[in-house]
Design a protein around this ligand. Structure first.
Ligand SMILES: [Zn+2]
Length: 108
């Protein structure tokens, strides 16, 4: 078998395991954020005024230099943008799992 020679990969982030950012491209230390690859999900949403709409959003993890924990980011690149701390997501999931009607409706 012939050995495969590849160019050097970007250095591995010394931060969180989920980070896939190429930190060599950061122009300023304050702009150097840990980001995961995003997952594309189509969501049907309803606004407070009752309007329903479907958007393809990206869900991923972000941790800025000033953050004490990662955030779950939901963004469509347009007007849908929410960030929730991972501890808040865990707390919400824990409560949902203990609420039988909601848990059963979600088939968790
Ligand atoms: Zn990183």
């Amino acid at each position: 078998m012939t050995p495969v020679h590849r160019s050097s990969p970007a250095p591995r982030c010394p931060g969180p395991e989920w980070c896939t950012t190429d930190h060599s491209r950061a122009e300023h230390p304050d702009d150097d954020e840990h980001r995961s690859d995003g997952v594309a999900v189509e969501l049907t949403l309803r606004s407070s005024s009752g309007d329903e709409y479907t958007r393809l959003v990206e869900v991923g993890l972000l941790q800025r230099q000033s953050d004490i924990e990662p955030w779950l980011v939901i963004d469509d690149g347009l007007d849908v943008h929410h960030e929730v701390t991972l501890s808040s997501v865990r707390r919400a999931l824990g409560l949902i799992r203990t609420d039988a009607p909601t848990r059963d409706a979600l088939t968790l």
